[in-house]
Write a new protein. Sequence first.
Lengths: 317, 136
Amino acid sequence: MPEPGDDLQARFLQGDRRALARLITDVENGTERGRTALRALYARTGQARTIGITGPPGSGKSTLTNELAKAYRRRGRTVGIVAVDPSSPYTQGAILGDRVRMQELTADPEIFVRSLASRGTLGGLSGATMDVIALLDAFGKDVILIETVGAGQDEVEIAGAAQSTVLVNTPGAGDDIQTMKAGIMEIADVLAVNKADLPGADVLISQLRALLSLLPTRGWKPPIVRLIATDGSGIEDLLDACEGHYAFLQENGRLAEADRQRTRHQLLALTRAHLLAGLLNDTGGAERLDALVDAIVARQIDPHTAAERWIAQEAHT
Amino acid sequence: MPERNIRVLIAKPGLDGHDRGAKVVARALRDAGMEVIYTGIRQTAEMIAEAALQEDVDVVGLSILSGAHLELFPAVMQACRDRGVTPDKTLFFCGGIIPDEDLPRMREIGFKAIFGPGANTNDIVAFVREHVTAPV
């Protein structure tokens, strides 16, 4: 039975968590009700502290996120968590398992955890991540933790989505060439060395130090934090490191500049998506696409020309 | 996106650690294109209900092998109802070792289907697809 959208918004504004959950579903599915809610609530956003947690599969992101959420709660801050796991490229199905490590958080009504499937979006997040963050922000969560899919080397989208990025590393995952490669190592604002009780932790830390000494500093040197997420040791240091980065951002208008960059990035991505959807949803759009693919496969035209023609709506040539 | 993704919570209340069945069902639903939130073993009724609320799932599937279903399933159902997650809007099913004489009670408290040992995962997938309530 349809619930009127404004009723849902009213309940959202009264702090009804079920209304928040329902609106997240709406923005994730791109429904009209979701759009309307975002439009109405967007002015309330921009208050939350956002922190991205990224790193390879099995490095302990969920466990660390769980502990970091508890640490922020101990300091009296409310917490929202967005946990992204991958969708199958074949069936679109997904197992969202991040909650397994976060079950104890459900006892605290001031923590709200939402799992998202990546739904074909590359880069470690899902297409709706920014909108879900906006809803949690408008709902009044002080701190929002965003856990990416298990990231390898190139999943750097999180750096454009959160104010600070924590990269989780573990001992024994490759030699020092891995730390020298471009990509994910460069986006870290805080480097967490998890499972620091395992052999190789000291070696990893010295490799990370060597890496940092070579990176251009941009005014901020990412601290290296040693922790064991499963027993919580080092987690207060991690929180302090995150807050240290926040204090750095607050100097000289860096935070506002980063917010501008993030907004610009999001607007470009959305516009791109809308333009493409427009081309595909046009009358005959799908047929035009097929005709162009045929022409490219037959080597009658090249892909660049095809794209230009499609945009110019000349596909029937 | 042609149709909305079906979201399912698979959870194991109580103290038994036998989660093979729950994992097989989770995997089957995943392979059928659904988004399955798996919360692991040893869940309290409140944990399950809270996860169902926060994740806004269309379907809740519970598995139990300990024999405590007559105590735990009603408790989960009550915790869900307390949070507005009710069987008229959310599809509930369960599975595990549940004696025949207890099946009517399970249906009475809101489970639409009970899948025992030997249940075919294709049947479970078909059941979920057929009974998920239309999006509001």
